[in-house]
Design a protein around this ligand. Structure first.
Ligand code: MLC
Ligand code: AMP
Length: 518
C-alpha cells in the first residue's frame, strides 16, 4: 500500500533548518525540528490509553500550540481526530461522545473540574485526559515523562484522518468523515493555487476546530514549511500589530469588517502582505470594495465546506478577483449547477451546486442513509448551496437550499434551535431565521408565538405566567445550546405566516424583519 499519511507529507516538506520556526504562539513557540519528538511523546501517551489506528480521539480544548501537537500526533499514529468547539455545552458534548464513541476524550482542565470525566464514563469513553491552553494538564504531563514514538503509521488514501461535525438539518449533527487522501490532495492544490513561496508567514487568528483554521490555514503553512503567527483568538488591534510581520492572512468576512473599523489599519500595515483570503461565509461586495480602496488589495474569496474542504477560488494570479463570486472550481474539482434532479443547467441559471473530486469526504459517520441522500448516483455531492456558473466557469453563490444560518463564519441550523425553543414553557411554537447583521453577516433570530399569557407586557391573560423575553430565552437555552447558536433577538408574534400547505414562510419573515440589526 502506498503510504498516504498526511503527517509524512508534512515531514517531507519541512525546512532543512531544524531551528526554523513553525508556530509562534501566544505562550510558546515550536520549531519544525522539534515536531517529531513532541508529537511522538503525545502519540506514546495516547497509545498508553489503548488508542490504535482508526480509534477516535475527541478533543474539546482551547487553541494552543499543544492542540496542534495533539492533532499531528493523531495523524501520525493513524488515530481519527475529532475536534469540538469549546463553546459546546455538556448536553451537546454528550451527543458527540455517544456518536463518535472515542477511545479518549481530551478536555480543558477547568471542564474536568466540573464533571466531564463522569460524562466520559457515562458515555463509555475509556479515558478522559486534560489539556490546558497554558500547556498544563494530564496529557502533556504524561507525554513529558514518556519516550517519543518514532514511526509514522502507514495510511491509505481512504483511511480516516478526522471527523468534523456539521449540524444537521434534522437537528442531529452529522460527523463528516475526512480521509488522509482528501486532506493531502486539497492541501497540495491550495498550496500551489495560492502561490505559496519560501519565506511566507501566515497570520493565524481563526479557531482550530473547523476546516478553515485547522486544515486550510495550517496545512498550507505546513506544506510550505512556513512560520505561523498563531494567535489565541481574533482581536483586530492585535492583528494590526502583527500584520507587518506576515505575508498571508486567512479569515472569515467578519475579520475584514472589523479590521476596516480598527484604528491604525491602513495600507502602511497591509503593504507587506501578498494575500488576504476570505471564506466560510459570503463576503459582501461593499467590504471587498472598502478593503481594496483602503489597502489597494483585492481580497481573494474562496468557497468550501466541511464535507469537501476547498471547492472554488478566485484566481491568485492570471485572472480577476470579482466581488460577489467565489471564482473557479479548483484543479481536480469538477462542478455543475444542477436542477433538483441533478441535471446540469445552462450557464447563468440558478441551481444547486454539485461537485466531485478527491477533496470530497467519505460520508457521514454512522449515517449511511444521510450520506446516500446527499450524493447523486453518478457520484456528485450535493452541496446544498444555490449557485450560478458563467460561460467561463466562474461561480457565484447566490443562496442556500439548506436551512442554515452562518453567523460570524459559524453554522447554526435553525431546526436545532427551534427544537429547543419549542420545549420552553410558554412557547407555543417557534421559527428561527437569520437576519442581515453588519458584523456577523447573519444573526440568529427567534420568532416566537407565545402561549396565551406568555408575553412579557400588555394583555396577559394570566393563563401561563412564563414571560418570553430575550433574557428568559437566553436563560432557558443557556446549558442546552452553545452561545453562538442562541438568538440575538426574540420577536413575539401572534401567528407564524404559513403557505397553503401549512409550511412556515421563513422568507416572508426574513423580509419583514430584514432591518432589525440596522
Ligand atoms: C462568538 N459569539 C458569537 C460568534 N462568535 N455569536 C454569534 N456568532 C459567532 N460567530 C458570541 C460569544 O458566545 C459571546 O457571547 C460573544 O459573541 C463574544 O464572544 P467572543 O469570543 O468575543 O467572540 P468574537 O471574538 O466576537 O468572535 C467572533 C468571531 C468568531 C467572528 C471572531 O466567531 C470567529 O472566529 N469565527 C470564525 C469561525 C470559523 O472559523 N468558521 C469556519 C468554519 S469552516 P456573550 O453573550 O457571551 O458575549 C467553513 C468551511 C469554509 O465554514 O468554507 O471555511
Ligand atoms: P461548514 O458546514 O461550516 O463547512 O460551512 C459550509 C458552508 O459555508 C457552505 O455550504 C456555504 O454555504 C458557506 N460558505 C463557505 N464559503 C463561502 C463563500 N465564500 N461564500 C458563500 N458561502 C460560503
Amino acid at each position: 500500500m502506498l503510504d498516504q499519511n498526511l503527517y509524512r507529507c508534512f515531514q517531507d516538506r519541512r525546512p532543512a533548518d531544524p531551528d526554523a520556526l513553525f508556530l509562534r504562539g501566544d505562550r510558546r513557540s515550536l520549531a519544525y525540528g522539534d515536531l517529531d519528538t513532541e508529537t511522538g511523546r503525545y502519540a506514546t501517551a495516547l497509545t498508553a490509553c489503548g488508542v490504535s489506528p482508526g480509534d477516535r480521539v475527541v478533543v474539546q480544548v482551547g487553541k494552543s500550540v499543544e492542540f496542534v501537537l495533539l492533532y499531528l500526533a493523531c495523524l501520525r499514529m493513524g488515530a481519527v481526530f475529532v475536534p469540538l468547539n469549546p463553546a459546546y455545552t455538556r448536553a451537546e458534548l454528550a451527543y458527540f461522545l455517544c456518536d463518535a464513541s472515542p477511545r479518549v476524550l481530551v478536555c480543558d482542565p477547568a471542564a474536568a473540574a466540573h464533571d466531564l470525566p463522569a460524562l466520559a464514563a457515562e458515555t463509555g469513553v475509556a479515558h478522559c485526559l486534560t489539556l490546558g491552553t497554558d500547556g498544563g494538564g494530564s496529557l502533556p504531563e504524561a507525554a513529558a515523562a514518556l519516550p517519543p514514538a518514532t514511526g509514522v503509521v502507514n495510511r491509505g488514501r481512504d483511511d480516516l484522518a478526522a471527523i468534523l461535525y456539521t449540524s444537521g438539518t434534522t437537528g442531529r449533527s452529522k460527523g463528516a468523515m475526512i480521509t488522509h487522501g482528501n486532506l493531502i490532495s486539497n492541501g497540495l492544490v491550495l498550496h500551489e493555487y495560492w502561490g505559496w513561496v519560501p519565506g511566507d508567514v501566515l497570520l493565524h487568528a481563526l479557531p482550530v476546530f473547523h476546516v478553515h483554521g485547522l486544515f486550510v490555514a495550517l496545512h498550507c503553512a505546513l506544506l510550505n514549511g512556513s512560520e505561523v503567527i498563531f494567535l489565541d483568538a481574533f482581536d483586530p488591534a492585535r492583528l494590526v500589530a502583527e500584520l507587518p510581520g506576515a505575508s498571508v492572512l486567512m479569515g472569515v468576512p467578519t475579520f475584514y469588517v472589523r479590521l476596516l473599523d480598527t484604528p491604525g489599519f491602513d495600507s502602511s500595515v497591509s503593504d507587506g502582505l501578498r494575500l488576504f483570503i476570505s471564506g466560510s461565509a459570503p463576503l459582501l461586495p461593499e467590504t471587498f470594495a472598502q478593503f481594496a480602496a483602503l489597502t489597494g488589495q483585492p481580497i481573494l474569496e474562496r468557497y468550501g465546506m466541511t464535507e469537501a474542504g476547498m471547492i472554488t477560488s478566485n484566481p491568485y494570479a492570471g485572472g480577476e478577483r470579482i466581488a460577489g463570486t467565489v471564482g473557479f472550481p479548483l484543479p481536480g474539482v469538477s462542478a455543475r449547477v444542477a436542477d433538483t434532479d441533478g441535471k446540469a443547467l445552462p450557464a447563468g441559471e440558478i441551481g444547486i451546486l454539485e461537485i466531485t473530486g478527491s477533496n470530497v469526504f467519505a460520508g457521514y459517520w454512522n449515517m449511511p442513509e444521510k450520506t446516500a441522500k446527499e450524493f447523486r448516483a453518478d457520484g456528485h455531492f450535493i452541496t446544498g448551496d444555490m449557485a450560478t456558473m458563467a460561460e467561463d466557469g466562474r461561480i457565484a453563490i447566490v443562496g442556500r437550499a439548506k436551512d442554515l444560518i452562518i453567523s460570524g463564519g459559524l453554522n447554526v441550523y435553525p431546526k436545532e434551535v427551534e427544537e429547543q425553543l419549542d420545549r420552553m414553557p410558554g412557547v407555543r411554537e417557534s421559527c428561527v431565521i437569520g437576519l442581515p447583521h453588519p458584523d456577523l453577516g447573519e444573526a440568529v433570530t427567534a420568532v416566537i408565538v407565545p402561549e396565551a399569557g406568555g408575553r412579557a407586557s400588555g394583555e396577559s391573560t394570566g393563563v401561563n405566567e412564563a414571560a418570553i423575553t430575550a433574557e428568559s430565552v437566553a436563560a432557558f437555552l443557556g446549558d442546552r445550546l452553545a452561545r453562538f447558536k442562541q438568538p440575538r433577538q426574540v420577536i413575539l408574534v401572534d401567528a407564524l405566516p404559513r403557505n397553503a400547505m401549512g409550511k412556515v414562510q421563513k422568507k416572508a419573515l426574513r423580509e419583514d424583519h430584514t432591518g432589525l440589526y440596522g
